[in-house]
Design a protein. Structure first.
Lengths: 321, 324
């Protein structure tokens, strides 16, 4: 089966006064239909920029300078601006972090969703509203007909995020980029949304890229995990492989710093230092200044020392079990 | 909603009352209108008779009380200069001002909002920078000077347009206006452009600021992620969101131009209320000044009420309620 989304060598730069910053550096991954990829990283690791680059929604001063974004085998990067626009919402869609901000406060939910329907399908307004109602039903919103009449401020945060997800689902896209969509929600609501998303991926066969900094979320949700650090994917594999047997010292550090995996009463281990400034990134492994395993060889950039299925960019990977 | 209206009307009454006191006292302090009106050769006896006739020998409080009583009887007084009721006088001049202001606001909105949208949509383009530079000129160069330049250029040098006055009127559907004749338009267009420049500059800057802010919001990114074309995002999503500050300023501007289009009306000799108030101040025509300013207050209160109602239409989060 061909991948719903295949990203190869994606590189995105931002020009700043201090020079070009490579926010996404040679990123490659693929997602099969119905599978969920967890794209994990700290703030500033480039995970959100990766999402926007896939959508073709990088604004000045940012620029995608290389790579391929294949959606169902078609390279988005080779398309004209207008063709890309027609892909968005129909073949590849996106959900954002803050459900308070993603819906237009002055338009009815139904009008916003109907607009999203009619931009790709030439149907009349009534039919578009009906499609919107069905979409709300799919994401488990009770009394969808009434919700369509509501304005966003009349809905709760969880409800709004469901509306956003329903909107992203309107055209049954092959790929949905979810940019930390549960971060702003209550834990209980978060659980419900995660369960819905898992079910949607299974039922509809949409491939989902779940961008998050929360390893606990992806470990329960995702099929595959890619860990980003300083614009690169430093480790990727199936969720079981990466969580149970992390091979990159950075991944190890991330997992160790998740509360709940430890005995209560003990200090939580931390990764020393902070994420590097992307402006003047030193050569070699970007993690080496924080890495307990670093040696002289880390001054040269590491290549994949793992396997095809469980890759790791490290000169001194932890042992595979 | 009802309590909102009651609160607003109560507020309006207080404002109008306070305004009438201030205006009355202020006008009283300016001077005695009889001295301006009367023939300098008149005897002291005639002078005192006239003063008594207008009730100007009474103390301020009594004069104000008489004025209030007359107002409640529906009589705002009679012009001392024209010797006709003030209400008739103002309403005979009002249509001219209304025409001028309506045309100028239409120009300001029709040019300013699209220009502002463009300038906010492509803030780094040359066109946007040019628009912004012109907007600065629009509200920093004095109106009277631009007015005189326009007259010099289009009336004196080129001879395309008349230099002042209001054109022929025609009646259409029972309304008499100079906007129904070509001659009327040739007269109104130059003062209207002159009057619109400041507002246009304001509209451009407001619209641009709103547009720039909106372009960075998540709801716009989300709309783009749904594949909506930019044109639809601007007109269906953004315009509605940024229209609230625009409507506010437009309302205030509409009120102040209706009331004080004084400079432009003077430069272009336009027979509107602005010119009337200037003349009446020069001649110390006290009833005209007082009544006119009170009418202006009422006008402002009404415009603000309309602006609030428009808010509630534009922004579903705004619920009109009394008290606030």
């Amino acid at each position: 089966m061909s991948a719903a989304l295949e990203v190869k060598g994606l590189t995105t730069q931002f020009s700043t006064r201090k020079g070009a910053v490579t926010a996404v550096n040679d990123v490659s991954f693929s997602v099969q239909p119905g599978r969920i990829l967890g794209l994990v990283g700290e703030s500033g690791s480039g995970k959100s920029v990766t999402g926007f680059s896939i959508m073709g929604l990088i604004d000045e001063p940012g620029r995608i300078i290389g790579g391929q974004v294949m959606v169902q085998g078609a390279d988005m990067r080779k398309m004209s601006t207008e063709e890309q626009r027609k892909m968005r919402g129909r073949a590849v869609s996106m959900v954002f972090q803050d459900p308070m901000m993603t819906l237009n406060p002055v338009l009815r939910v139904g009008d916003q969703m109907a607009m999203a329907v009619r931009v790709h399908d030439k149907v009349n307004k009534a039919a578009a509203w009906e499609r919107a109602r069905e979409a709300l039903e799919i994401v488990g919103i009770p009394a969808p007909r009434e919700r369509l009449q509501a304005y966003p401020h009349q809905l709760s945060g969880g409800m709004r995020q469901r509306v956003a997800i329903a909107t992203a689902l309107l055209h049954r896209p092959a790929v949905i980029i979810a940019d930390e969509p549960t971060t702003a929600l209550d834990v209980s609501i978060q659980g419900q949304i995660l369960a819905e998303v898992r079910r949607l991926a299974d039922d509809i066969g949409t491939a989902i890229v779940w961008v998050t900094h929360d390893l606990a979320v992806v470990s329960s949700l995702a099929d595959d995990i890619a860990v980003m650090y300083a614009g690169r994917i430093v480790e990727s594999g199936t969720a079981e492989q990466v969580i149970a047997n992390p091979r990159h010292p950075y991944t190890r550090g991330l997992i160790d710093s998740v509360p709940g995996l430890h005995e209560p009463g003990q200090d939580l281990p931390q990764i020393p230092g902070s994420t590097p400034q992307l402006v003047n990134l030193p050569s070699g492994c970007p993690f080496r200044s924080r890495c307990p395993r670093a040696t002289d060889i880390c001054a040269s950039f590491p290549h994949n020392t793992g396997t095809e299925a469980h890759s790791v960019l490290c000169h001194h990977p932890l042992e595979a079990t | 909603m009802l309590s909102y209206f009651i609160t607003r009307i109560a507020q309006a009454i207080v404002v109008v009352f306070a305004m009438s006191v201030i205006v009355f006292v202020g006008v009283f302090a300016i001077g005695n209108p009889i001295d301006v009106m009367i023939d300098p050769g008149a005897t002291q006896a005639i002078r005192e008779k006239l003063i008594a006739q207008y009730g100007l020998d009474q103390p301020l409080v009594v004069q104000y009380w008489t004025f209030l009583r007359n107002v409640f009887a529906g009589d705002l007084g009679t012009s001392m200069v024209y010797n006709i009721p003030v209400v008739d006088l103002v309403f005979s001049r009002f249509p001219a001002t209304l025409e001028l202001v309506a045309v100028s606001v239409l120009i300001a909105v029709g040019v300013g909002i699209p220009a502002g949208l463009w300038a906010g949509y492509r803030p780094d383009s040359f066109g946007a920078k040019l628009v912004m530079a012109l907007s600065v000129l629009g509200f920093s160069v004095p109106t009277f000077w631009i007015g005189m330049l326009l007259i010099m250029g289009f009336a004196v040098e080129l001879g395309w347009l008349p230099s002042g006055g209001r054109g022929d009127e025609a009646t259409f559907l029972g309304v008499s206006s100079s906007l129904f004749t070509l001659d009327g338009w040739s007269h109104v267009i130059m003062p209207a452009i002159n009057l619109s420049l400041f507002k246009m500059g304001l509209m451009i800057r407001l619209t641009r600021a709103g547009m720039v802010e909106a372009m960075g919001t998540d709801y716009v990114k989300f709309a783009r992620a749904q594949g909506l074309p930019d044109r639809q995002i601007v007109f269906s999503h953004i315009l509605r969101n940024i229209s609230i500050p625009i409507v506010t300023v437009l309302g205030l501007e509409l009120g102040s131009t209706l009331a004080f289009a004084v400079v432009t009306e003077s430069v272009f000799n336009w027979p509107g209320v602005g010119k009337l108030i200037i003349d009446s101040i020069l001649q110390l025509d006290r009833p005209v000044m007082v009544s006119y300013l009170i009418m202006v207050v009422i006008l402002f209160v009404l415009i603000n009420l309309v602006v609030d109602l428009v808010y509630a239409r534009l922004d579903p989060r705004v619920r009109l309620k009394g008290g606030a």
